[in-house]
Each structure stands twice: as structure tokens, then as C-alpha cells.
Design a protein around this ligand. Structure first.
Ligand code: 13P
Ligand code: SF4
Length: 311
């Protein structure tokens, strides 16, 4: 990249020239969130990818999100600034493993959290995100046996709020598992007016003490609409950027993690994307997400079921 280049101006130029749309997740760095055409949670981004008529989707998020964009809108070129932007949760499960698990429970349907790769989606009956999982599970017959993959923490939380006994895959998000209940308890003592809010990928003891549990967009809306003025936010710190923009007068405190050298939970995968890489990926249209067509069609069915069930 030439020294002194105005990355914002160059990205804007490329966006126009190439008829590209930039989609960004709330966990991206602030500069990427600010330049995006559309900022959202996993469900909102999947919907935006599905309905765009841009020629190129530039996905600032992690690999499974960009892959989902390609699954729902295959005629578009989908690029991701850093192909190594993975997800510990998605990596914990494989299509093959899920097929094996399914054999043990032949009457169960498989619900998978969107944080999984295309092989897992292809083995699933319905995909859910943290925005619509409770609603979708509640719409199923009460005696329906369900396997839930890959997030055991989200699965346990959903079991609790829906009264189901879903069989859980043993996967987790390393960022949300790292929140320290002990250090958060101290934060609550130090900030007695602050309400603790959390993403459902966090562990059960933390979710139990949280006043509100929701997806990134739900947490954002909660802070904007709620009448309190202080919050301890237990999810990836990137969300605080948009939260503070939308609620400028509120005090937002990132929840502390076990590692005492960190002041917040940060997803190293999400943070692999940078403005420099975004510029290069738009210029060279690489790295591109490609998918085998048979696999794509299989992975699309459970996503479509989700989109229909969460209208
Ligand atoms: P949301 O769907 O709530 O945005 O969550 C995505 C994610 O990766 C959480 O770790
Ligand atoms: Fe995956 Fe966790 Fe990062 Fe979300 S925060 S992308 S679940 S590793």
C-alpha cells in the first residue's frame, strides 16, 4: 500500500467503481463499522447479503458469515478481507461429526447456530441465530427431540428459556467463555448503578446474573431504549462503538475477562480485518469465497427455513 494513501477515499472510490456493498458485523473495528454500507448482527447481515443487488459483497466479519452470504446470494462475488478470520465456535464442529451424532438420535432434528461452516449447515434441518433461536425453537412441537449445535452455552440458555431438553454439541466461543464472573462482580460493586447485559454465548452463571441477555443487535437496542444510564456489557468489545454512538450520554463498561492483562473481551478473528486489508481485498477482489454447488444447495435449505420462520 503506498505511504500516505487516503484509505477512506480509496475504499469509497472502489465501492463505486465496482458496485460493491460493504457489510460489517458489530465486532469489527470502529473504522470498518463507520465505512460500512450496512452494519448488523448475524441475522441482519445474512438478510442484507440475500437481498443486495451489488456485484460484489465485501464481508467484514468472520469466514462463516461471508460463506453464509455466498450461500444465500451465489451469483455475487463475496470477498473477506482476511481469509484467516475464523471462529472458535464454528471450528468446534464438522459436518461429519454432526452426522455421526445424528445417528445416535434418529428421531431428532438438528438445529444449528449460524456460527458453523457450510458442511455443518448442510447436515442441519434449521439454522438459527441468537436473534431468532428462541422464537424458532418455540414454534416446534413440544415433544420434538432436538440436537443443538455447536454452542453448548447458547444451547443451555435456550433449554432454560424454552423449557426444552435439547441435546447439545460440545462447542463454545472462546471470547464469551473468558468473561470472569469474579471480576464482573467487582465491576458491579464499583458501579452500583450499572446493569449487567450479556450475549447468550456466555456461560450460564454469568447469564443468570445478567439483567438482560440478547444478540448483539438486541443488546444495542436494549441500551438505546432502556431508561438506565450505565451498563456493563458482556460481549465482544466492538459493539461498544455503535452503542456509544447511538447512546452518547450513557456510560458503557466493557465486562472484564479472566486474563488480567486484557480490559475487555476481544475476538482476535474479527480483529484480523483491518482498513488496509479491506482496501486490498476490494482492489484485487481477493480472497474470494467459493463453494461447491451441491454443498451450497444443501446448506441453503436450513438457512431458508430460518429466514421463513423468523419473518
Ligand atoms: P450476533 O448474531 O448476536 O451478532 O452474534 C455473532 C457472534 O459471532 C457472537 O459471537
Ligand atoms: Fe466466533 Fe466468538 Fe469470535 Fe463470535 S466472538 S466470531 S463466536 S470466536
Amino acid at each position: 500500500i503506498p505511504k500516505g494513501i487516503d484509505l477512506i477515499a480509496e475504499i469509497n472510490k472502489l465501492r463505486k467503481e465496482k458496485n460493491a456493498i460493504i457489510l460489517a458485523h458489530y465486532y469489527q473495528t470502529g473504522d470498518i463499522q463507520d465505512i460500512a454500507d450496512y452494519l448488523g448482527d448475524s441475522l441482519q447481515l445474512a438478510r442484507a447479503a440475500e437481498k443486495t443487488d451489488a456485484d460484489m459483497i465485501v464481508f467484514c466479519g468472520v469466514h462463516f458469515m461471508a460463506e453464509t452470504a455466498k450461500i444465500v446470494n451465489p451469483t455475487k462475488k463475496v470477498v473477506l478481507p482476511d481469509t484467516l478470520a475464523g471462529c472458535s465456535l464454528a471450528d468446534s464442529c464438522s459436518g461429519e461429526g454432526l452426522r455421526e451424532m445424528r445417528k445416535q438420535y434418529p428421531n431428532a432434528i438438528v438445529i444449528s447456530y449460524i456460527n458453523c461452516d457450510s458442511t455443518v449447515k448442510a447436515e442441519s434441518d434449521i439454522i438459527v441465530t441468537s436473534s431468532n433461536a428462541e422464537h424458532i425453537i418455540n414454534a416446534l412441537p413440544i415433544d420434538q427431540e432436538i440436537i443443538f449445535a455447536p454452542d453448548k452455552n447458547l444451547g443451555a440458555y435456550l433449554n432454560q428459556v424454552t423449557g426444552r431438553k435439547m441435546i447439545l454439541w460440545n462447542g463454545a466461543c472462546y471470547v464469551h467463555e473468558a468473561f470472569s464472573l469474579e471480576r464482573i462482580a467487582q465491576q458491579m460493586l464499583d458501579n452500583p448503578k450499572a446493569k449487567l447485559i450479556a450475549h447468550p454465548e456466555a456461560k450460564a452463571p454469568l447469564l443468570k446474573v445478567a439483567i438482560y441477555v440478547g444478540s448483539t443487535s438486541n443488546l444495542l437496542n436494549y441500551v438505546v431504549e432502556d431508561s438506565s444510564t450505565e451498563y456493563i456489557v458482556a460481549t465482544e468489545e466492538g459493539i461498544l462503538h455503535e452503542m456509544q454512538k447511538k447512546a452518547p450520554n450513557k456510560k458503557l463498561i466493557p465486562a472484564l475477562v479472566n486474563d488480567k492483562s486484557c480490559n475487555c473481551g476481544e475476538c482476535a478473528f474479527m480483529k484480523l480485518n483491518t482498513m488496509q486489508k479491506l482496501y486490498l481485498c476490494m482492489k484485487y477482489e481477493l480472497p474470494e469465497i467459493t463453494l461447491d454447488e451441491d454443498l451450497r444447495i444443501k446448506a441453503l435449505q436450513p438457512i431458508n427455513r430460518m429466514l421463513e420462520m423468523s419473518k
